[in-house]
Design a protein around this ligand. Structure first.
Ligand SMILES: Cc1cc2nc3c(=O)[nH]c(=O)nc-3n(C[C@H](O)[C@H](O)[C@H](O)COP(=O)(O)OP(=O)(O)OC[C@H]3O[C@@H](n4cnc5c(N)ncnc54)[C@H](O)[C@@H]3O)c2cc1C
Ligand SMILES: *[C@@H]1O[C@H](CO)[C@@H](O)[C@H](O)[C@H]1NC(C)=O
Ligand SMILES: CC(=O)N[C@H]1CO[C@H](CO)[C@@H](O)[C@@H]1O
Length: 349
């Protein structure tokens, strides 16, 4: 077992769990996941439970690897464990690539098509649809933990003040030679990292019991900057997520009742049938929620960095509003970097 590489993954959001999952499919790693928040927790510092989570690629064409790889895996999984649903994206000039009328991902989906003008919602310029997936995060995150336990990964709680502490947290007692930093927005204040390029993009949502398909996803809305419109029914009784906001630089994790009213009003305007034509009064609210998307100037940080002679940190954080739809791509990137570290260690021995 001396050549077993001890890996400690810090963070149990979709980035940390998926990184650990893909690592655990290889022999020769002893893997421990340590995190402050775990699936089942709801806290503004923990973005993953709050995601829609649907698939609308956001990278430019040069960065398409992460979302393309992830889509192929999610499609396979969706056929096994989730219901697939349709996506409708509408154009009104918000994050350039995302809603461009000729995005690179036209070719990624089996049935991508432009919609005729009659099917475009009032106030928008163009629309398209394709079969995507909507992940029920309340089912999917615990499912990831189950996969890890089956593969022998140890998952435990811990709050780190400094990334260096991870070195001593491997369950075998041997010091970690690799630490995967998947702490999301936590890397803004985590000692040893304190990345000033990270910033929150606040997302407020309303989760309701009412159901409607296909999904709706619009760029922006006439309610002003940062106010979006999306309606995403989650699989397996997960309710429907009404969104939302894209509030850059705002750390406030309390839902704002005025924002919630506007979110619900926009959703029932787009899908009156969901509320039986009774407007907002026809909705049955499960919960109001706020999550902070871990955005980063310069994009996701996927790279390795020596902590000292014996331990290397592999960073995988800063996934903004696309952490699910890029999760398998970036996790595969983590596996490649950890593999490189392992080969270099082996060459030195
Ligand atoms: C409203 C909303 C809608 C979204 N919709 C979508 C969508 O449709 N599609 C999509 O792909 N993405 C979506 N996202 C984005 C997605 O949720 C994030 O990109 C993703 O969850 C980031 O995951 P993560 O694992 O990097 O970070 P997180 O989920 O935030 O996890 C961070 C982990 O690190 C741990 N941690 C942090 N600091 C420490 C410390 N000091 N010590 C120990 N542990 C620590 C935390 O406890 C946690 O376990 C949405 C986000 C929001 C808020
Ligand atoms: C909204 O959901 C609630 C709870 O499931 C249900 O009682 C109500 O009839 C729904 N409204 C409509 C119009 O479907
Ligand atoms: C140990 C380690 O990797 N530390 C780095 C974490 O990230 C910051 C930048 O955000 C670097 O300055 C640290 O060297």
């Amino acid at each position: 077992m001396a050549d077993t590489v001890v890996v400690v993954v810090v963070g149990a959001g979709v980035s940390g769990l998926t990184s650990a999952l893909l690592l655990s499919k290889n022999k020769g790693y002893s893997i421990t996941v340590v995190a402050k928040h775990m699936p089942g927790d709801y806290h503004g510092e923990y973005a993953s439970p709050f995601a829609g989570a649907n698939i609308v690629p956001m990278a430019d064409e040069a960065g398409k690897r992460w979302e393309s790889e992830t889509w192929h895996e999610l499609k396979r999984l969706a056929q096994e464990i989730h219901r697939r649903s349709r996506d409708l994206a509408t154009d009104a000039g918000f994050p350039a690539q995302t809603f461009s009328s000729a995005p690179w991902y036209r070719g990624l989906f089996d049935d991508y098509r432009d919609l005729p003008p009659a099917d475009v919602l009032d106030g928008y310029d163009s629309a398209s649809e394709y079969t995507g997936v909507c992940i029920n995060t309340a089912v999917y995150l615990p499912w990831l933990v189950g996969q890890l336990l089956r593969n022998g990964v140890v998952v435990k709680r811990g709050i780190l003040a400094d990334i260096v502490e991870a070195k001593a947290l491997g369950h075998t007692g041997r010091p970690a030679s690799v630490i995967v930093n998947a702490t999301g927005l936590g890397s803004h204040k985590l000692g040893g990292v304190r990345d000033p390029a990270l910033y929150p993009v606040r997302g407020q949502t309303v989760l309701v019991r009412n159901e409607t398909t296909p999904m709706v996803l619009c760029s922006g809305s006439s309610d002003g900057p940062g106010e979006e419109l999306y309606v995403m029914q989650r699989a397996g009784g997960g309710g429907t997520v009404l969104g939302g906001t894209y509030d850059v630089g705002n750390w406030d994790t309390e839902p704002d009742p005025n924002v919630a009213s506007r979110i619900m009003a926009r959703a029932v305007r787009a899908r009156p049938g969901m509320a039986g034509g009774r407007g907002v009064a026809g909705l049955s609210v499960i919960r109001h929620a706020v999550g902070l998307r871990p955005a980063r100037r310069g994009g996701v940080r996927l790279e390795r960095e020596a902590l000292d002679g014996a331990t290397t940190v592999v960073h995988n954080y800063g996934h903004g509003g696309f952490g699910y739809q890029s999760s398998y791509g970036y996790a595969a990137g983590v596996v490649e970097l950890v593999g490189e570290i392992r080969r270099q260690r082996a060459a030195k021995l």
